[in-house]
Design a protein around this ligand. Sequence first.
Ligand SMILES: NC(=O)c1ccc[n+]([C@@H]2O[C@H](COP(=O)([O-])OP(=O)(O)OC[C@H]3O[C@@H](n4cnc5c(N)ncnc54)[C@H](O)[C@@H]3O)[C@@H](O)[C@H]2O)c1
Length: 246
Amino acid sequence: MIKIAICGACGKMGANISELLNGDGEALYFCGIDPRGGDKVYKAFNEIEGKPDVIIDFSSPAVLSDELEYAVKNNVPAVIGSTGFTPAQLEEINAAAKKVAIFRTANFSLGVNLLCQLVKRAAETLGEKFDIEIIEKHHNQKVDAPSGTALMLADSASSAFDGGKEYMNGREGICGKRGKEIGMHAVRGGTIVGEHEVLFCGEDEIITLSHSARSKKVFAAGAIKAAKWLAGKPAGLYNMTDLLNG
Ligand SMILES: NC(=O)c1ccc[n+]([C@@H]2O[C@H](COP(=O)([O-])OP(=O)(O)OC[C@H]3O[C@@H](n4cnc5c(N)ncnc54)[C@H](O)[C@@H]3O)[C@@H](O)[C@H]2O)c1
């Protein structure tokens, strides 16, 4: 059995992962790390007793340094699902991945990862004549914007253009005519799990590619699958493409 430590165990994603692990025949809940504490939940990485096989992290960027230090020191691979990292933190992840296996994605659903491929294909086909706008909608507790998934989608679209595209978060005031950017718009309200729409707006026609997550279970199941796949892998930075390609 693969022993899983869940960082952010007391949160919504943590609860979904624990619930799925309950009925899993290959992986089990080893411990949690969460300042809220609780049964088999440590408040910090330096308190962990025993050794998990893999960490699954859906918590906050605030814990990243401690988590990476623990992962490298103890050679425990980490599946990172948290979003909202700064460019410097993404560099920290890259550096740690030279010493231990790390899997990071802003979205664990198969559907969103397929959507990224479709968005790239659409951008390549439609080219500069179509303006690209991304609208994402999430629940009112989400702390970062734009969503990590919106950034993934923007990166997919941008990769279709030489030199890439700039991103523009929202617009207000006299912001002038639209340029060549990718526009990003964040809606926050109620209990929306996660909605993403990518609009390709041309002359007299609009193409919309979208994904709607109906529960967090889809992300939890993907993260557990990634943890099983990552256990025992050599150092490196892995993502959903690696997982889907076997
Ligand atoms: N990659 C994906 O597919 C995906 C899917 C859903 C959510 N997310 C991301 O996962 C993260 C968590 O989402 P959520 O909906 O479960 O949020 P949540 O607020 O319900 O839970 C976060 C948990 O992390 C804990 N936490 C905060 N600081 C911590 C620290 N320093 N150490 C350990 N734990 C800490 C909190 O106490 C809380 O229990 C967010 O960044 C969210 O954007 C990613």
